[in-house]
Design a protein around this ligand. Sequence first.
Ligand SMILES: Nc1nc2c(c(=O)[nH]1)N[C@H]1C(S)=C(S)[C@@H](COP(=O)(O)OP(=O)(O)OC[C@H]3O[C@@H](n4cnc5c(N)ncnc54)[C@H](O)[C@@H]3O)O[C@H]1N2
Ligand code: MOO
Length: 424
Amino acid sequence: MPATGGHTRPGPTGPPAGSAAIGQDDRVRTVEEHQAVVAALLAPLGEEEVPVAAAHRRVLARDVPAAVPLPGFDNSAMDGYAARSADVAALPVRLPVADDIPAGRTGVLPLAPGTVQRIMTGGLLPPGADVVVPVELTDAATDVVEIRDAPTAGTHLRRAGEDITAGTVALEAGSPLGAAQLGLAAAVGARTLWVRRRPRVLVLSTGSELVEPGEPLLPGQVYESNSLLLCAAVEDAGGTARRLHFVPDDVDQFLATVRAELADADLLVTSGGVSAGAYEVVKDAFRTLGTVEFVKVAMQPGGPQGAGTVDGVPVVTLPGNPVSSFVSFEVFVRPALRRALGHAAPGRLRAPAELTAPLRSPAGRRQFLRGRYDAGRVSQVGGPGSHLVAHLARANCLVVVPEDVTELPAGAPVDVVLIEGALQ
Ligand SMILES: Nc1nc2c(c(=O)[nH]1)N[C@H]1C(S)=C(S)[C@@H](COP(=O)(O)OP(=O)(O)OC[C@H]3O[C@@H](n4cnc5c(N)ncnc54)[C@H](O)[C@@H]3O)O[C@H]1N2
Ligand code: MOO
């Protein structure tokens, strides 16, 4: 039975059985240490062969050699007349049109001296031709053409193999497959591609305050949003997400939900229930189960973290504040998933930027502020609060402020991580 605000948390009289006392016993890790722990959880994913069209947004697992050169043959770049440059050196000139070569004609005759052949863009160049005169420079006749002007030898020709030669690698293993890459795969004759299997990621939000969006909301309750956010982030990273119905802060319900699905997953990502309070369901459930270690990472947002395995399946437990969930996923889960997918470049694009206004940052923690980046300059979007989800939605980058920096003036150089939407 899904929990839409059904409370298992106790009233003010006392905690439920199994809940922990408020405590601050977590070890502290650096961002890099926790990144390494999360990355080590995920083994490289297997390979599968799929039709080229189905490989969109996948990651290539094996090199694709070019079965044919590109272009595959010398051909015309323009609609016009294939000519010998010596015949069009003195202008104007009238020359007989010996043949007609539309694109797709597979056999052509050599070009006899003193003649031209009408040719269309992509048409097979007749042997002997070394220039194409665009139709605009002629009277466009089909029997005897008058050529008023002509480009120099070699112009408007596309040479066999000038883009890629046969047998060389057209696409390298580890390449993300977007529109251009699928186009190239087809252009060199591939019908199928070997890609990495997509990681199957379970996403589970926890919290007795959570309510399904669209349902009535009472004071103290919030609409559940992290599972939507995290599932979309999983898909963006190349995984397939399965969104489990959120659970209240009830260890038994949490574990029953997790264990019903865990066997078929490559990763479980939870949100909420990992800080220092009395009702930390994720911590309470996993403390005595599996190898999940709960730590504090020296960053903001995203301080409270956990990672390990349960029933042999990798588990990453993210903090519940929506911005913390988002940033934690960006910093720890996304690169680990992309590494498991064999991505040549698992990290986001980063860019140097100039701050438009001063900012402050806590000592000892790497801060990932939300920002808007444009043309080398970045402005902070909202404050550092990890509940500012509306501001997050307007950001296109994370501004990285190192652990030892507590304030920066306007104009200071910073490093930004470009997130979704940054290039749009
Ligand atoms: N005494 C301390 N308190 C807190 C600490 C600490 O170190 N000591 N850390 C703070 C930090 S930092 C964070 S981040 C949060 C993380 O807490 P939890 O992971 O246990 O998350 P919750 O308490 O369950 O929720 C936090 C916040 O986020 C809202 N939330 C949670 N899940 C969702 C969801 N699925 N959709 C929308 N909103 C969600 C929740 O209502 C809370 O407002 O702990 C701090 N406290
Ligand atoms: O570290 Mo928490 O993740 O700031 O909000």
